[in-house]
Every structure is written in C-alpha cells, then in structure tokens.
Design a protein. Sequence first.
Length: 268
Amino acid sequence: MSNMINSLSNMRLLDDLARKETFIHRIHPLIKLLTTVVYLTVVVSFERYEIIGLLPFIFYPILIFAFAELPVAPILKMILLIEPFIIGIGILNPLFDHSKVLFGGIAISKGWVTFLSILIKCSLTVTASILLIATTGMDRFAAALRMLKIPKIFVLQILLTYRYISVLIEEVSRMIRAYSLRAPGQKGLKWSAWGSFAGQILLRTFERAERVYQAMNLRGFTGEYYTGDIAKLSFKDLAYFAGWSLFFIIARIYNIPVLIGSLFTGVI
C-alpha cells in the first residue's frame, strides 16, 4: 500500500515541479526535448568499455538540478527505483567476459568495466529523462512531440497513459485497503486471491476507462488533446540548444578528463 502511495506522490511531484518559474522551465519545450535527445544519443554512443569519457556528462544533470531549483532527494529516489533493473541488465557481463584490462594500474575483468559503463550510461539517461519531465511537464512535452510531427494517436496514448495510471494506482490501493479490512492481521494477499483480484482490477479498468472517455466526449473531445499555447522559439532557446549540443559533441570527440590529466602531469 505504501509503495503505491509513494508512486502516486512521485507522479504528482513531477507535475508540481514542472509548474515552477525558473530559467530552465522557461526554455521552449521543443528545445529541451531536442537537447535531451542529443544528450541520450551521445551518451549511448560510447563503447562498452568506456568509463572515463562519460564523466563530463554528469555536469548536465547537475546544472539542470541547480538552475531549475529541483529537490535532489525525491528525484534520486525515483532513479534508485530503476537501478535494480539496470543492475539486472549488466550484472551478467562479468560472468561472460573474463579478459583483463589495466585500470588505474590494477588488472580487472573487462566484464566489470562493461557493467560499470552500462550502469553509468543508464543512470545518466534515466536522470536526463526524469529531469525533462520535471522541468517541462507532460502537456508541454506532448506539445513538443506534436511540433516534431509525431502522430497524434501516439502522443495521445502517452498522455492518457501518464494521466490515468494514477487512477489505476488509486483503484488498486482502494481494493487492497478493502481486502485488508476484511482480513485483519494478514500481510499481503493470499495466493488463492490473486486470480479474482486481477480479474476485478481488469473489470474496474474497463469501467473506469469508459467513464473517462464519456467525460472527455462531454467536454468536446474530438481526438486532439489541447495542451495550451506554446511561445515561439527565441534566440535564448536556440543558444541553449547550441551550447549544450556543442558541449556534448566536444565531450564525445575528446576525452576531456584525460586531456585535463595530461595538462597537470605534463604527459601528452
């Protein structure tokens, strides 16, 4: 029950954060979307054994946190919820890749290097995606997708999934609360009750979806989700995109930590 409430509060937190009025929030949503796409593309383009070259890309989420005045702890908790899946993806690499590589003068398995590289890349991409929603909001994000000529049916699907997954969470929490009141002292659901419980969730989902659709039709829904007026692109927006894109490309072409280390050690 508490996990569902936490998930619901996390979704509402992102909506609340998107309403702030900072420099980052005022950047055009299309520009923030394109900047994030460039960031994700460059980060995932690194080879599987690359670790040092990824370090400069940590500055992007750090600066977004600072300039957008976002709370670190709640967003960090969201990222940590996804970490087990990331670890599950990369943890098998040390079992299959036993070749050795020198790292800081220490010979370690390339499988562990690959695992660490996957962990860093996934963490950076997940963080950038969450920050995009936290500084833009789903409505403005959907408007940016429509500006890119993404079919409206896909944009509508994303919006409705995001908006009404909270309805599903509330429905499930209500059913669990009713079950716990009828079975005091019992922790969780019995295995024998899972079938009927899942069936009830499915029936309630269909019923709620029909009511939501009828309500949308009564409010004039014709297949287009109105996301509000979006301002035109300004020079500030273009400079923001050009500056970050240039930094990402330079950090991808040149290994900045190695270059800085060479300057201090005098070895080029």
